[in-house]
Design a protein around this ligand. Structure first.
Ligand SMILES: C[S@@+](CC[C@H](N)C(=O)[O-])C[C@H]1O[C@@H](n2cnc3c(N)ncnc32)[C@H](O)[C@@H]1O
Length: 296
């Protein structure tokens, strides 16, 4: 079969399955099968596919039509201009998380050798991007799921930062508990979807690991545990950056003790609050709360 014919066939099948962008998805899948850039499909519409290539392509189309995310089918997702390996063990990195990485990189730009932690690293999207953007950085990346860490480790090797990123399996900051007042920045994109909203997620999002999405009754289960724990690991003036749902800004703000933290929010280009930036304040004369925070 020719490229143009099989593309039409795949597009029609995806359209019938009500996939949002049938032509684009068919092109992405075919370029994956043929290991070429998408533009080559347009340049060589009369290239002939072998029977096995055609069969492989149509099997991917069938899986896509059954709501499997395209990134799981190709095993790749671009994030911060880098191509990350992904598997069903990890959340597919989202464009909105780039705001967290950009904010972190800007805050770290004046620090020659920043020490960073990424809690709930998944594919390593945040940890690896920050190591890539800040060549002097030392990064510690934690995830509760060993299968996710295998993917993250591959990504650190792929992007040439493996010598500066240390991976550890464990619950939140538990693997880092000995590193008191060490970190300039802790990044966290922990599960924040309220449990009751999980059922209503689009079918392809439900293909992603529940443990990467479900944030408990109000979505803040993990952040509620993280905020008090992170204090002792941050240097004074160090920051916690966390991704949230825009509707959680007020509840998230309430997790940070006034006088101990200075809290700001960052919105994406459409004005939706997506990142909380909390700076651990240093002790001020006569300020017991701040003194306690600094030495806790
Ligand atoms: C929303 S995903 C974020 C993945 C990645 N950081 C990103 O931004 O694409 C949350 C990640 O947190 C991990 N996780 C969930 N509960 C955890 C816990 N108690 N301790 C550490 N990691 C946890 C999940 O396994 C998942 O990889």
């Amino acid at each position: 079969m020719w490229v143009k014919d099989i593309l039409d066939k795949g597009t029609a099948a995806l359209r019938e399955a009500r996939v949002d962008s049938p032509r684009l998805d068919a092109e992405v899948l075919l370029s994956h099968v043929l290991r070429c850039e998408r533009v080559m499909l347009l340049k060589e519409p009369e290239r002939r596919l072998s029977d096995s290539e055609s069969a492989f392509f149509m099997s991917l189309v069938a899986r896509r039509a059954a709501a499997e995310p395209i990134a799981y089918l190709t095993g790749k997702k671009e994030f911060m201009g880098l191509v990350f390996n992904v598997s069903p063990a990890v959340l597919i990195p989202r464009p909105e998380t780039e705001l967290l990485v950009e904010t972190a990189a800007a805050l770290l730009s004046g620090i020659a050798r920043p020490v960073i932690a990424d809690v709930g690293t998944g594919s390593g999207a945040i940890a690896v991007s920050l190591a890539f953007l800040a060549p002097g950085a030392r990064v510690f990346a934690v995830d509760a799921d060993p299968a996710a860490l295998t993917v993250a480790e591959d990504n650190a090797v792929k992007h040439g930062v493996a010598d500066r990123v240390t991976f550890a399996v464990g619950d939140l900051l538990e693997p880092l508990r000995g590193q008191v007042a060490v970190f300039d920045l802790v990044a966290a994109n922990l599960p924040y979807i309220p449990s009751a909203a999980m059922e209503a997620l689009p079918p392809e999002v439900r293909r992603e690991p529940t443990a990467a999405l479900d944030g408990g009754p109000d979505g803040l289960l993990f952040y509620r545990r993280l905020v008090p724990e992170v204090k002792r690991l941050l240097k004074r003036g160090g920051r916690l950056l966390a991704e949230i749902d825009p509707g959680q800004a007020r509840a998230m703000s309430a997790l940070f003790q006034a006088g101990t933290w200075s809290v700001e929010f960052r919105a994406d280009l459409s004005g939706r609050t997506r990142v909380v930036t909390a700076r651990l304040l240093g002790p001020q004369a006569g300020d017991e709360t701040a003194t306690e925070a600094g030495s806790a």
